[in-house]
Design a protein around this ligand. Structure first.
Ligand SMILES: Nc1ncnc2c1ncn2[C@@H]1O[C@H](COP(=O)(O)OP(=O)(O)OP(=O)(O)O)[C@@H](O)[C@H]1O
Ligand SMILES: [Mg+2]
Length: 278
């Protein structure tokens, strides 16, 4: 670990969030909602895709007994080789895939049969790996689109997104397609935050951005988690992502290969050798 440029930074580092404790989502309200059914096991994570098997259409299973989960206000990171099924696992959790076996539970409630839109209404937000913004619309219009399910005043949330990503305020009237890669990803994350989610799911939020922009984005993601929002994220930059992860999942061929805290995975010689480049 002597050469590690990210010495166990972690989500528990209170120095990171600019405004720790400032709510972006409505997870405080969530606390008041009593558990309505008993499908979940006591003490299980806030969101869990539990032993999921399934694939696309009538095709073969891509996921095999795959479990991914995240606790409230924590960051869980999924890593693994190309084609391992990371995006597929995210789609399964968000209801975009036929889960043939296993279940998805949110706050103890079985949501396996809910449509993606119904999951948004339940507090889930998903930023897919590709096509995650409306390029011909302005930055602000993208944020407004994100709030499509809301019937209340969204100005305060737009303001919170601009506080989190100041560059978006500057570019608010510019077409999102004219922004840099890192700025577009901020639009995508900002759009997802517009529904005031309890869980934010991000598929490779730092794809194609420079290391400095990646660090910036991770800092903002940590900030979001510190407001109580759970983050479930797929990342190609495995080493850096595990450094900020409370929990890490290494997927290989649709199966869980290693699951542990981010720090423990970073320290595991086998994980390092096979998945982190030594
Ligand atoms: N829409 C689809 N229809 C059929 N098969 C698909 C579809 N999307 C992905 N697959 C298959 O599912 C498997 C897992 O793909 P997936 O995109 O989940 O991998 P990944 O781990 O996200 O990879 P990457 O790191 O390249 O993003 C691959 O074999 C892929 O060909
Ligand atoms: Mg993928």
């Amino acid at each position: 670990m002597t050469n590690d440029p990210y010495p166990s930074r972690g989500n528990k580092d209170a120095s990171i969030g600019k405004n720790p404790g400032q709510p972006i989502g409505n997870s405080a309200e969530m606390q008041k909602t009593p558990h309505v059914d008993t499908a979940g096991k006591p003490g299980e994570p806030f969101l869990i895709g539990d032993t999921m098997s399934g694939g696309y259409g009538k095709g073969p299973d891509i996921l095999h007994d795959c479990t991914i989960a995240v606790n409230e206000g924590e960051i869980a990171v999924i890593v693994g080789p190309n084609g391992a099924g990371k995006s597929t696992a995210m789609k399964a959790v968000f209801g975009m895939l036929d889960v043939r076996q296993g279940a998805v539970r949110l706050n103890g409630r079985d949501i396996t049969k809910l449509t993606p839109q119904a999951r948004v209404a339940e507090g889930m937000a998903f930023v897919p790996q590709t096509s995650n913004i409306f390029t011909s619309m302005t930055v602000e219009e993208n944020l407004e689109m994100g709030a499509f399910l809301r019937r209340d005043d969204i100005q305060k949330t737009i303001e919170q997104v601009y506080e989190l990503f100041p560059i978006l305020r500057e570019k608010r009237n510019q077409a999102a397609g004219e922004l840099s890669g890192g700025q577009r990803q901020q639009v995508a994350v900002g759009r997802a935050l517009m529904t005031q989610p309890k869980v934010l799911m991000l598929d490779e939020p730092t794809a194609g951005v420079s290391p400095i922009v990646m660090d910036e984005l991770f800092d903002r993601i940590i900030e979001v988690a510190r407001t109580g929002i759970s983050i479930l994220m797929v990342e190609q930059n495995a080493r850096q992502a595990l450094a900020i992860a409370d929990k890490g999942y290494v997927l290989v061929q649709g199966r869980n290969r290693f699951t542990d805290t981010g720090a423990a995975l970073l320290a595991d010689p086998e994980v390092r050798k096979s998945f982190l480049g030594g």
